[in-house]
Write a protein that binds this ligand. Structure first.
Ligand SMILES: [Zn+2]
Length: 112
């Protein structure tokens, strides 16, 4: 009797695990994150393009990862880089959001 009950619990746990895996796969099917080595270009003088990429949300993760950020800037003939404070600010905001998303993901995987 107790043997039957414990095998029933084991089967139930397997079914639960399978359902959780299926739900997770379905959730990840909608993911639109960009993963390294893919990248997103952040070009000096075009902060709005990077901002548009940043403003997309991932249906699976909330925060959308943009892979490696390729920051392209132009060097003037005098050797100085053309500044783009708006783009620098956007990249810093993205980096902070990414660090936050990494922390949340680490917490989630500890809980389950
Ligand atoms: Zn995603």
């Amino acid at each position: 009797m107790s043997g039957n009950l414990s095998s029933l619990w084991k089967r139930l746990a397997k079914v639960e695990q399978r359902m959780a895996d299926q739900a997770r796969r379905a959730e990840l099917a909608n993911c639109n994150c960009i993963r390294s080595p893919w990248m997103t270009v952040a070009m000096t003088g075009q902060p709005e393009k990077f901002e548009a990429e940043m403003n997309h949300r991932c249906p699976s993760h909330g925060f959308r990862r943009l892979g490696r950020i390729m920051h392209i800037c132009f060097i003037d003939p005098d050797g100085t880089a053309e500044p783009d404070p708006r783009l620098d600010e956007l990249i810093a905001t993205y980096d902070a959001g990414l660090a936050q998303a990494d922390r949340e993901q680490a917490n989630d995987s500890q809980e389950s």
